[in-house]
Design a protein. Sequence first.
Length: 416
Amino acid sequence: MTGVTLGTMPTTRNADGRYRWVILAATFVTQMLVVGSTSYGFALFVKPVSEAYGLSRADINLGLILLIAGSAIFSPIVGRALDRFPARLILIGGAILFGLATAAISLTHDFHIIAFIIFLPLACASVILGPITASTLIARWFDEKRGQALGISAVASSTGGMIMIPIMSWLIEHHGWRQTILITGTAVMALALMAAAAVRERRSAPATTMPQTKTAAASTTDRWSIGRLVRTRDFWLLTVTVGILFSTSQALLSSLIAYGSDRGFSPSQAAMLLSAVSLSSIIGKLLIGAMADRVDKRLLLSGVALLLGIFVTILLMHPAFPVLITACLAAGAAIGGTLPLWGAIISARFGLASFGAVMGWTAQMQLPLQLASLRFIGESYDRTGSYDLAFAVFAGLAPVAMLTGWLIGRPGFAKL
């Protein structure tokens, strides 16, 4: 009996080794679709929706704020579910929910009902189809080159921005924003269902993440409860660091097209700024993800914070379009590199047993920063007529993220 079991282990592990790329491809598709149509696509709806409902810039950002708030609520729930239930069933449910939610938004004229739909069903579906599920599955399936795989997976959101922005922009121009939401949501649902059908559970046990010191051994193999997490300094350091980086990036992405338009650039030029960030973030995600397998992840995280701070400082200078598009291309590495580093640090510091739950709780604890940044950037424009005040504050937060990122895992881990 023992001989048969041992004889089948290499075959099973080899089969899992090949199928892990199918898992990566499937989650790449779901992330690309949902992030491209929501986080990136939101910027396309700022002006048409504000004109339709007579809303200010700060008020229209409420839609993205509700999506982020709802996502934060559902993140630990989805993460915990992924640690316990088949991912395929969860993904199928998320795809159907996304289609129903977008259809309801397109058919509803009451702004309060739209806000409710964004906050609950759309947010839940976005979490299920988004980075938390993808990162959890990839960390579970990839024993080697995990950082590289997380980097490739993170490219999905940038690819979604590159692909979905021009498609949705064309749809809005020719069919209006309501029909665009309906068409996009239906397409995302259909394609996500096909991707979910390819997902299955791993048959061989994942290799255990090895700790850097004996004193840290328990932290990489045990299951983490929320009570234990909130008593752990590294959980808060990671939450603050990633929270600053994500909230700053999200605020910039939501306002970059409007910023370009206010600067007097044409609609195509303004959209090009966001596309440039999306394009360059692909390189950043791949490069930083691959480097995370070799270089201390804390050093990379601090470098990402530095790049983002430089980008915001350049925005404050109101440069000419050629300089601005160059800055957007350079900043993509910072905006893109945060996601793979987030997952890589969780797997190295907290292990795989509770990967989904830790990522979900980290996402939820970032909520105040993300909500405040989105509201603040809109309010700063409404009160002063420009985004300069918000940019100055974001530039000041970059050194904070550099410091907190560098302190993660010290002194217990010589290297992460």
